[in-house]
Design a protein around this ligand. Structure first.
Ligand SMILES: Nc1nc2c(c(=O)[nH]1)N[C@H]1C(S)=C(S)[C@@H](COP(=O)(O)O)O[C@H]1N2
Ligand SMILES: [Mo]
Length: 439
């Protein structure tokens, strides 16, 4: 496969910067000439059409530069440009019987950096989104504790807070791909994944306030939604990094994400991060040994099931190119993607252009945070050759993302959950991209 050396990459970058500077100067001169032309009495309101016939394109001054725009607070709560209207959550109608107990996917192919904007975080509901008045909502902490508490939302905010950037992922992410490639788009193969800055009170702080009795080994968290979804969190996790969250990316939690409060269990299966949480009961056993209710397990080839698979293991995916982001012309491209691990920080990411025959190390970009999305990239000059693109992440524990055949050898293909194997995009000569699996 044709590649590039570090020096070539640097030369390219240097060239890009230089061209950018040149363009800036050129733009400026043209703009001045046009502006002066307009002042000098070019026929009122009629700009000379350029070669493309679009009077908003250079060398003309665009129409929006010739008038004033909307004033402040025209939109008291700002929204994206109307030209970004296809950057939205999407669902797969055949996946669930109704939209109440269902899931929507984040448009990973359109997102930059590591933070998912609040309106684009994937949604998973078992009983729809409740409309909760925070004045009528409480957090009750009871069970095997010395001093049970019922906290108002204001009282919760008086505890010392933390803000942490963590991903949240449903363990069913990629689940439709166990038996074969099925979903024609990154949004659907990996979009049960988001990453936010979460603000709230560490559960350990609250447990300290109530005084857990020595027999208290599990924390049952129960939601106030119509599903009253509940999960048990072992005390080790609860005392380690579980957060009772009231804000995401700087503003109050969105109703979709659990307003007014939710649990975030960093790096763990999304289902343990109970939304709209109304009570935490400290007990000596997990909830499913106390009540008739379900838990998530992975069915193995021999009929046994894996349980306590809480951690979302190291995973990665290329976000550009992908089926939604084909390459339209030949030349230099930045191959970009995200990697994440429920066990800690991302250590390294490799990229293959030939379906895993050879690998090169990607550059890690921006923040590298524990249990958060991490960006990687590689520059490539594409001459129109077909590619089998893969990324392979390694986390700080030394765990390396498995191939699909390694994962299938261990787990068969009956599973739904925890499909974290290396993903393949097939890029064809015309630049279109397809979801494929290699044997
Ligand atoms: N109360 C409650 N909490 C819940 C759920 C729910 O339906 N009800 N869904 C869970 C599941 S399965 C996942 S994957 C995450 C999704 O969080 P998000 O909707 O903020 O992305 O929330 C979890 N917490
Ligand atoms: Mo989930």
């Amino acid at each position: 496969m044709s590649g590039f050396s570090r020096t070539e990459e640097n030369q390219l970058l240097a060239r890009l910067v230089k061209d950018g500077d040149k363009l800036k100067g050129l733009d400026r001169r043209l703009f001045l000439r046009q502006a002066m032309g307009a002042l000098g009495g070019v026929a009122a309101g009629v700009a000379a059409p350029n070669v493309l016939g679009n009077s908003n394109l250079p060398p003309n001054v665009p129409s929006w530069t010739k008038s004033l725009g909307e004033g402040v607070v025209t939109h008291p709560y700002g929204m994206p440009s109307k030209y970004e209207s296809d950057v939205v959550r999407r669902t797969v109608p055949w996946l669930t019987a109704d939209p109440i107990s269902s899931i929507s996917f984040s448009p990973l192919h359109s997102l930059k950096g590591i933070i998912t904007p609040n309106g684009l975080i994937f949604e998973r509901y078992h009983g729809g989104v409740p409309t909760i008045n925070p004045d009528e909502h409480r957090l009750m902490i009871h069970g095997l504790v010395e001093r049970p508490l019922i906290l108002t939302m204001d009282e919760l905010r008086r505890f010392p807070s933390v803000s942490e950037i963590k991903f949240i992922e449903c363990p069913a992410n990629g689940g439709m791909e166990w038996r074969g490639p099925q979903m024609e788009g990154l949004q659907f193969t990996h979009g049960m994944l988001s990453c936010c800055e979460w603000t709230g009170v560490k559960l350990s702080t609250l447990l300290d306030a109530v005084g857990v009795k020595p027999e208290g080994k599990w924390v049952l968290a129960e939601g106030a939604d119509g599903a009253a979804m509940s999960r048990s969190i072992p005390m080790d996790k609860a005392l380690d990094d579980t957060i009772v969250v009231y804000a995401q990316n700087g503003e109050a939690l969105r109703p979709e994400q659990g307003y007014p409060i939710r649990i975030i269990n960093p790096g763990w299966e999304g289902n343990t991060s109970i939304k709209w949480v109304r009570r935490l009961e400290i007990g000596d056993k997990p909830w499913y040994q106390r009540e008739e209710t379900s838990k998530y397990t992975d069915l193995m080839p021999d009929g046994r099931a894996r349980e306590f698979t809480w951690v979302q293991e190291c995973n990665s995916v290329i976000t550009s190119p992908c089926p939604e982001n084909p390459w339209k012309i030949r030349g230099w491209y930045e191959i970009e993607g995200v990697a994440w691990s429920g066990k800690g920080k991302i250590k390294a990411v490799d990229i293959s252009l030939d379906g895993g025959v050879s690998w090169r190390q990607a550059q890690i970009k921006g923040l590298v945070l524990s249990k958060a999305l991490t960006r990687f990239s590689v520059m490539l000059k594409w001459e129109g050759q077909p590619l089998l693109l893969q990324s392979r992440a390694m986390d700080e524990t030394g765990y390396v993302q498995p191939t699909l055949s390694q994962l299938r050898a261990e787990r068969g293909d009956n599973s739904i959950y925890h499909k974290n194997s290396i993903h393949t995009w097939q890029l064809k000569e015309d630049g279109s991209v397809f979801n494929v699996q290699l044997s």
